[in-house]
Design a protein around this ligand. Structure first.
Ligand SMILES: [Zn+2]
Ligand SMILES: [Zn+2]
Length: 519
């Protein structure tokens, strides 16, 4: 009896010791969608490799052109949730408060994010919605109705089922496999995907050959397209992302700050952004631009090696969603004003002026002066890439204006005003009065999009009018490029040039957040 008891105690002791031993996290494995094709794609492996599909596999000859043809059998199934708020899974009081605020609606909860692995903070999030729709148009109609009552919301796509179909791999006239289980490509060195489409919907949209070193899987996805997904680890991905996000010629401290920010941003969104789409991130602006292997990879890898495993942690020990943008315009924005999210104490906006630490850009007159005669800012330093985005001009002529009227859909426009500006000077609410009614546009992105695709919503404007007072055109003077939340990439480069280390740059843009080494 005694012996058994002792043996049990020893076993328990060992188990307890194992449990209490600090767990060091592993480098996270990630899946990134690197290209999408309608139904046909071509690829080459310059040094050869292997294809695998189900239990079958075969060789890919070096330098030979291969082709994949897909035939869709069943389309993907999706639903559209209209969301009004969100909170971390461990914040029930916040969730209750959001539901209370929307008690006039029938609310529902929706959870995203995967169970955290050992050593990682929990990034699971619960969204609060006010409606579920079968199609996007209905969801958007309801969203517009809410906006009229000054309620901002966003449409969250729930992927219920991915598309299915056949995928055929051929080379020349030879068919290697025709299967319904997708195809894996494992290259000895890398795979070149021919004519990969990028930046769909942007002015720099195009096609180019892109090279990927890690395993690729090709299968039907959530958008009824062939998704090419690279399976890699976060450190390799960061090396590829940094030169796409910030100039590879940027000083090392700026590259290092960018690496730390990107690592945290990706980990906080892993399992949330592209829930049930078969991958964690896309390689576009929506997540983070990633073009695969680039000429600068080796130099970047050496520059950012010292930041391996490091990210920004928030005051509660969770991962900070360390977002960033091209150029803040002189002051960064507050996260909850730009997106429908809870205020993050580390993302409330800071002055990027070199000598002025406080300025009230919510005031219309101060904001206009700041746009037209700005003080010296980190992101206005002339010798830094991106400084040309600090101030901009845009003119909408009468043809451009007809497009604005068509999008606003309330006839000829008499007045645009009642601007509400958030801390960075960006307009987050404006009222449009047309001959057929009134409309309130909330949030900076819809405002920029409606007014002909402005670089930011931090602007002053002179309206052109016809004799009866209707607006016929506009001259914008603007500041900054993008949402302005978090790190200003232009400012980061200029701080690095002035001799600041990456941790100082991060502390400036994410005040109060701590640098943490996860692995
Ligand atoms: Zn994405
Ligand atoms: Zn800036």
């Amino acid at each position: 009896m005694n012996k058994t008891f002792r043996a049990t105690a020893i076993c328990l002791g060992i188990l307890l010791a194992l449990f209490l031993k600090p767990v060091s996290a592993e480098v996270p494995q990630v899946k990134i969608r690197v290209a999408q094709y309608e139904k046909t794609l071509e690829f080459v492996m310059p040094d050869g490799g292997t294809w695998v599909s189900g239990k079958k596999s075969g060789k890919i000859q070096p330098g030979k052109l291969y082709r994949i043809d897909g035939t869709i059998k069943a389309k993907a199934l999706r639903r559209y949730h209209l969301m009004v708020g969100s909170a971390g899974i461990n914040k029930p009081e916040l969730l209750n408060a959001i539901e209370k605020k929307f008690e006039a609606f029938k609310t529902h909860r929706f959870q995203a994010g995967a169970l955290p692995s050992l050593g990682y903070p929990d990034n699971r999030i619960v969204f609060v919605g006010v409606g579920i729709f079968e199609n996007e148009t209905q969801a958007c109609e309801q969203q517009n109705k809410l906006a009229t009552d000054n309620i901002s919301s966003w449409v969250f796509i729930e992927n219920i089922k991915l598309a299915t179909g056949h995928i055929k791999l051929t080379t020349g006239k030879q068919t290697l496999i025709n299967s319904t289980s997708g195809i894996q490509l494992v290259a000895n060195k890398f795979t070149t995907l021919k004519k990969a489409e990028f930046a769909k919907g942007y002015s720099w949209h195009g096609f180019e050959d892109r090279h990927f070193a890690e395993k690729l899987t090709i299968n039907w996805g959530a958008e009824d397209l062939l998704d090419c997904v690279e399976h890699t680890d976060l450190e390799k991905l960061i090396i590829g992302i940094v030169p796409s996000e910030i100039s590879a010629k940027a000083p090392p401290a700026a590259l290092q700050a960018q690496a730390v920010a990107a690592r945290g941003e990706m980990l906080s969104k892993k399992g949330v952004r592209h829930l049930n789409e078969g991958y964690d991130f896309c390689s576009e602006q929506h997540c983070q631009v990633y073009k695969g292997i680039q000429a600068t990879d080796k130099a970047i890898a050496a520059s950012i090696r010292c930041t391996r495993g490091q990210l920004m942690q928030n005051h509660e020990g969770g991962i900070l969603d360390a977002v960033y943008g091209a150029n803040c315009g002189g002051h960064s924005s507050a996260n909850h004003s730009i997106w429908t999210s809870n205020p993050d104490p580390h993302l409330q906006g800071v002055s990027d002026c070199i000598t002025q630490s406080e300025i009230d850009l919510t005031d219309e007159k101060t904001a206009a002066n700041f746009v037209l005669s700005p003080p010296a800012c980190w992101c206005s330093t002339a010798n830094v890439e991106g400084a040309d985005k600090f101030r901009w001009k845009k003119v909408l002529n009468s043809a451009d204006w007809h497009k604005v009227e068509a999008a606003a859909a309330i006839g000829r426009i008499k007045e645009i005003g009642s601007f509400i500006r958030e801390v960075s000077g960006r307009i987050i609410s404006m009222k449009i009065t047309g001959e057929n009614g009134e409309k309130t546009i909330l949030k900076e992105l819809p405002i920029r999009q409606l007014l002909g695709g402005l670089r930011s919503s931090f602007f002053t404007v002179i309206w052109q009018r016809d004799p009866s007072g209707f607006i016929t055109g506009a001259e914008f003077s603007g500041a900054g490029w993008g949402h302005g939340v978090g790190m200003c990439q232009t400012g980061a480069q200029s701080m690095a040039l002035a001799g600041h280390k990456f941790n100082t740059i991060l502390a400036h843009y994410y005040p109060g957040a701590k640098l943490k080494k996860l692995y």
